[in-house]
Ligand binder design. Structure first.
Ligand SMILES: Cc1cc2nc3c(=O)[nH]c(=O)nc-3n(C[C@H](O)[C@H](O)[C@H](O)COP(=O)(O)O)c2cc1C
Length: 337
């Protein structure tokens, strides 16, 4: 069935119901062999970023496979890498429903899931069952009821538990749906957190005799001054990569559209320009010393290429995949080359 037809059918239902149904159908299709004959994108060159070989530069962004339970299916769809999570130490159910909203007129999404996930131990069990051989990023966060002053303990615990299964670990301090989480982007708190993460990384890399890079995921709603300070902290603490950006809390130009005023983080087309602006500013500040993974509003091959031109070495997709399906992954690969 074409993605357009499938989409018009699925869009008739509640957004989270369709989302869950699609994930189940995808994994079932993979189990019964329906995804076996899908061709991997062959236009892309292999590239090495953060010391990791990537089959292609187009990845699945965090949040679509929160529990790492659909890795094999997503692996068949042509993504060059997959980022699972956000995973927290303990399982949590997230915010009350409804918490996922489509903005069909502008091809956006607003979500306030609040890190619903099965917890790090169950997620690790899921990862162990997967046969996927490509690059795997594991995105970690804090439980909603961990006081912000003790957030580092949650990140360190998750890091320790996922370390040996990850190609890179993404540190999510930028979701708008966990109270005060983004305060960790404040420079004093950030410096302390990043130093602790690097210390733990050194210890784990010694123990496992394998270096797993850390990438920091940042918000798009940062001032230039704030970006200056964050960039300095990233360089000073030798963080291996930056993922820019998470969803936005701004609602410029969408207020009059369906669901445009829902609370949460907005993604998709309305985020595109803002996330590109952040990537450009970040690139100017990091001066190529730290690679950027660009994410936010990619809906075409041209959009993907624009992110590379703005300074990203890899890109990720979430909302564009919901609206357009696998063809977007292939198109993005073809454009970037
Ligand atoms: C429904 C939904 C859930 C998300 N959950 C997470 C998450 O758990 N962790 C995270 O780091 N980002 C999460 N994101 C943000 C995406 O990874 C991505 O940064 C953002 O959506 C921008 O990309 P896009 O415009 O291609 O969707 C989520 C996004 C959406 C739409």
């Amino acid at each position: 069935m074409s993605h357009q037809l499938l989409r018009s059918l699925l869009f008739k239902f509640d957004a989270e119901f369709s989302h869950d149904l699609t994930l189940k159908a995808l994994s079932l299709s993979n189990k019964i062999g329906l995804l076996y004959f899908l061709k991997a994108p062959h236009h892309c060159k292999l590239r090495t970023v953060m010391g990791i070989p990537f089959l292609n530069p187009v990845g699945l962004a965090a949040g679509l496979d929160k529990n790492a339970s659909h890795i094999d299916a997503f692996g068949k769809l042509g993504f060059g890498f997959i980022e699972v999570g956000t995973i927290t130490p303990r399982p949590q159910i997230g915010n009350p429903k409804p918490r996922l909203f489509r903005l069909p007129e502008v091809e956006g999404i607003i979500n306030r899931f609040g890190f619903n996930n099965v917890g790090v131990d169950a997620a690790v069990e899921n990862i162990k069952l997967s046969k996927y051989k490509g690059a795997l990023g594991i995105n970690v966060g804090k439980n909603f009821d961990t006081p912000i002053g003790r957030a580092a303990e949650d990140y360190l615990l998750c890091m320790k538990k996922v370390y040996q299964y990850a190609n890179y670990i993404a540190i999510n301090i930028s979701s708008p749906n966990t109270n005060n989480l983004r305060d960790l982007q404040e420079i004093k708190a950030l410096n302390i957190l990043l130093a602790q993460l690097k210390e733990e990384q050194a210890r784990l890399s010694d123990y496992y005799q394998r270096y797993v890079p850390i990438a920091l995921k940042i918000a798009p709603d940062l001032t230039s001054k704030h970006l200056d300070a964050i960039s300095k902290s990233i360089i000073k603490n030798k963080i291996d990569g930056v993922i820019a950006t998470n969803t936005t809390v701004t609602r410029e130009s969408v207020g009059n559209f369906t669901n445009g005023n829902e609370i949460g983080g907005m993604s998709g087309r309305p985020l595109y320009k803002l996330s590109n602006l952040i990537i450009r500013k970040l690139y100017a500040r990091l001066q190529g010393e730290v690679p950027i993974i660009g994410v936010g509003g990619v809906f075409s091959g041209e959009d993907a290429l624009e992110k590379i031109n703005a300074g990203a070495e890899l890109i990720q997709i979430y909302s564009g995949f919901v609206y357009q399906g696998r063809k977007l992954v292939l198109e993005a690969c073809r454009s970037i080359g």
